[in-house]
Design a binder for this molecule. Structure first.
Ligand code: ACO
Length: 431
């Protein structure tokens, strides 16, 4: 058995150090002892964008980017997508185990009975401009919930945390649907507790004059699967925001608002929206080669392709691609699908994408499915945020329970000016 350590020789001093290796990692703090002189701060790791730095030890989600493997609490994503429901998966992520029948029933009851939002939040929603992006409305109103539940500040109380988790999982779809109804000038639809989590969300989005909204079962199932696929993805940009902001112990509403903001960007949860805009911009199948050429020349990116972790086909994209057929059968075909398929065909055989190991990610096909369901492009990142709320909460819970975690505070390498004397304004000269 080889020794679990790393031998480091500092060529500046000739000194030798034994650094323990655990879980194929070294602790960055073990490098601090490596100094040139006594007053020296010690060696640090420079890792912009955290491409090779583990910020936590987690038991929630496992990803093997080379093999295209994704598991929640040990269960393969393919099996959860096939056999589970979003709410059951949410329970699994938060609690570590799948619920038994009684636990499942209680869990559904709790989530279903926290779907309403305070009427004042509805009034807040009304104050946004008619064309406000629903993601901006979602981030703002979820932050505002902080003011309605002041007891949520008590983040070291596990029971209190659990209560806020019910509320957040239950209320995110209501906030999301209200933001959509606001953007199209339609009256808000209140939650219907007889419907499933997804059925109720569709009800709040689309109900018009019918007395009882009946969701299309194919679309309801498809959205449920999409939510499972988006429920967690370990330490990505928005989850890191949740953990980073949560590490200073604010209530979870403002931390979820920060995570929502991180998700909004086109390089993260905004990518599915960007994919649709890209497909529309390409316009037809014949123009795909010309578009790919521009991407290769550095004029923009192929949205929905590439991933920081997956260097083979994203397993979620595989499931979504299979599901697309059922959805398009129920909703009618989507002309942009032809462009997407052609784009994928060309990109997967092109040396530029092959050598960089760029494959379709979860967002490449999800936007097409959302669109086929009648969901507007602006709502795509919002759907992602609803589904990811449970992942953010599970990671937040794990962080608060971890005795090793402290307030997040990265270091920097300072390259600015040395100490210099202040020059009065009238004496300053442009060089
Ligand atoms: N299109 C064209 N070229 C790309 C793409 C792309 N989508 N993604 C990466 N590349 C190229 C880069 O230009 C770079 O090329 P170079 O080595 O010649 O400079 C190389 O591939 C490596 O790219 P990086 O930017 O270093 O990869 P990184 O891991 O930092 O980025 C990211 C990952 C942000 C996802 C990137 O692939 C991207 O921008 N993709 C498009 C946006 C997208 O789909 N985001 C959704 C991700 S999934 C999610 O968040 C749910």
């Amino acid at each position: 058995m080889p020794q679990q350590s790393l031998t480091v020789i500092d060529n500046r001093t000739g000194k030798k150090y034994e650094i323990p290796v655990e879980n194929d990692s070294i602790r960055s703090m073990d490098l601090r002892q490596i100094k040139v002189h006594d007053g020296d701060f010690g060696l640090m790791c420079y890792d912009p964008a955290f491409v090779n730095t583990a910020a936590c030890r987690s038991r929630i989600t496992y990803i093997d980017g080379d093999q295209g493997i994704l598991r929640y609490r040990g269960y393969p994503i393919e099996e959860l997508a096939e056999h589970s429901t979003y709410l059951e998966t949410a329970y699994l992520l938060l609690n570590g185990e799948l619920p038994d029948a009684k636990e499942y029933e209680d869990w559904i009851y709790q989530v279903t009975h926290h779907t309403f939002i305070h009427e004042n939040v509805k009034h807040m929603m009304e104050s946004f401009r008619y064309d406000a992006h629903p993601m901006g409305m979602l981030a703002s109103t979820v932050a505002a919930l902080s003011t309605f539940y002041p007891e949520a500040k008590n983040v070291m109380d596990p029971e209190n945390r659990q209560h806020q988790a019910f509320r957040l999982i239950a209320k995110m779809p209501t906030l999301a649907a209200f933001s959509y109804r606001h953007s199209i000038g339609m009256p808000y639809v209140y939650p219907d507790n007889d419907l499933s989590y997804i059925g109720n969300f569709l009800n709040m989005m689309f109900r018009t004059t019918e007395l009882k909204y009946v969701p299309d079962p194919v679309l309801e199932k498809a959205l449920d699967v999409l939510f499972i696929l988006h429920a967690d993805h370990e330490q990505n940009c928005s989850t890191s925001a949740m953990r980073g902001v949560g590490s200073s112990h604010p209530d979870p509403y403002v931390a979820i608002a920060a995570a929502t903001a991180a998700l909004y960007g086109p390089l993260h949860g905004g990518a599915n929206e960007a994919v649709l805009r890209m497909l529309r911009q390409i316009g037809n199948k014949q123009r795909v080669p010309e578009f790919v050429k521009k991407v290769k020349a550095g004029e923009g990116r192929l949205m929905g392709f590439g991933h920081r972790v997956y260097k083979s086909y994203d397993p979620r994209a595989k499931i979504i691609k299979r599901m697309a057929d059922a959805v398009f059968e129920a909703s009618g075909s989507n002309p942009l699908l032809d462009i997407a398929l052609e784009l994928e065909r060309i990109a997967l055989s092109d040396d530029y994408f092959v050598t960089r190991r760029l494959y379709p990610n979860v967002d490449f096909y999800s936007g097409l499915i959302y669109q086929a369901m009648g969901l507007p492009v602006d709502m795509f990142p919002v759907l992602f945020a609803i589904a990811r709320t449970v992942g953010w909460l599970a990671q937040w819970e794990e962080m608060l329970r971890d005795p090793e975690q402290k307030i997040a505070r990265p270091r920097q390498i300072y390259l600015g000016e040395e100490k210099r004397a202040y020059v009065p304004r009238e004496m300053r000269r442009k060089k």
